[in-house]
Write a protein that binds this ligand. Sequence first.
Ligand code: UDP
Ligand code: MG
Length: 308
Amino acid sequence: MEKISVVVPCFNEQEALPLFYIEICKVADLLKPLDFEFIFISDGSKDNTIQIMKKLNEQDPRVHYVSFSRNFGKEAAIYAGLKKSTGDYVVLMDVDLQDPPCLISKMYDSIKNDGYDCVATRRVNREGEPRIRSFFAKCFYKLINQISDTEFVDGARDYRMMKRQMVDAVLEMSEYNRFSKGIFSWVGFEVKWLEYVNEQRIAGETKWSFWKLFLYSLDGIIAFSTVPLSMASYMGILLCFVAFVLILFIIAKTLIWGDPTSGWPSLICIISLIGGLQMLCIGVLGHYLSRTYLETKKRPIYIVKEEK
Ligand code: UDP
Ligand code: MG
């Protein structure tokens, strides 16, 4: 019998987890002859999440869990879950029921009958989200699609079903700085997109602050584009050209009118502008260097405290 693994990262989700378990069991019942396994990853939860997982594991042989030694982030939790999964198909979803479990049977159908390797989901609206966050999200997708060869779909969720072959491809990308949206797109395969309207979280609170999302988007840009690195050279060429024209202009002006000391304020402006640009470029270099530094250390993506 074919098996579906459901991988669920959880970070302080004691309220949502029991509700999620009820819903996912309904789906498993509906797809009855198919085998299921549920893999919960506690990403360093400080509340009762891990106790709930243990209890579910004792009650239900389909439930497995991995508990991290501290919070390693959702990306690490996804990696651990995919690694632990043994099914022919793997579903990746959040525990807060923002990813409607009823889509699983649709996903399975598409993979089974239409020959897709992966069925992914995207939100068609961002209702219930702060306006400013939606605005920056839009800008981020525009920017990254301009400067990266990898395609990023606006509103794409991590919620998806993949064939084993694709899961293995994702697992082979063992980089330390993980940006799943990019990784799933980078590995390729035939992907079908299902669309649905945004749902509110069932319980608990979002774990993403604006600042955390901002840093995460920088991670994405750095991981999937090297265009910012070449920015310095382009700006350098442009500024050299401007400087050359200015020099010619000033020489001509001094020869014709004299007056060598005026223009001091404009000089200061230009010095600050160029200083700022240089700092910016050094900063960009620093970001790439720091990621390279972390990658070369070959630290593990996560550390397991307990698993079953
Ligand atoms: N999550 C995680 N580690 C983290 C942050 C979040 O495993 O450091 C999990 C969280 O428990 C949830 C999923 O990732 O299952 C999505 O998180 P959340 O709902 O807070 O994000 P949002 O839906 O607001 O983007
Ligand atoms: Mg959520």
